[in-house]
Write a protein that binds this ligand. Structure first.
Ligand code: THU
Length: 129
């Protein structure tokens, strides 16, 4: 499938505006492209009980899976607070769980330019049963 990286990043940026991050003040937005062509967005949602926080990437992926879409093709991540924002370790594992036949593309933005990396750059030798 032809992946529109710019569209995905724009959706991640839009989603970052909905971030609920009063504690860290670190906003993140994400957009995931699924194998059927659908796109889901997510933002980080924090909680007074800090451990309840969910990252933007997992929010987007869980939205997709909860609607029957289990195969991620690409993940865009954006934070207004951080250039070239990477996924955390927990999100890397969740991304890997929902990788299908094609390796996931991970899109970030650095100084206004899109950077596309592969899932295996972030999580080599990923675990799955
Ligand atoms: N966060 C994300 O949403 N995604 C990441 O990949 C990195 C971290 C969130 C979690 C928390 O709300 C805030 O950023 C600071 O860690």
């Amino acid at each position: 499938m032809n992946i529109d990286y710019e569209l995905l990043m724009n959706k991640a940026k839009e989603a970052s505006k909905y971030s609920y991050s009063p504690f860290s003040k670190f906003a993140v937005g994400s957009a995931v492209l699924m194998s059927n062509g659908s796109i889901y967005t997510g933002c980080n949602i924090e909680n007074s009980s800090f451990g309840m926080t969910i990252c933007a990437e997992r929010c987007a992926i869980f939205k997709a899976v909860s609607e029957g879409q289990k195969e991620v093709l690409a993940v865009a991540i954006y934070s207004p607070n951080e250039d070239d924002c990477y996924p955390c370790g927990a999100c890397r594992q969740v991304m890997f769980e929902f990788q299908g036949e094609n390796e996931i593309s991970v899109i970030t933005e650095s100084q206004g330019n899109l950077i596309t990396r592969k899932m295996s750059d972030f999580l080599p030798y990923g675990f799955r049963i």
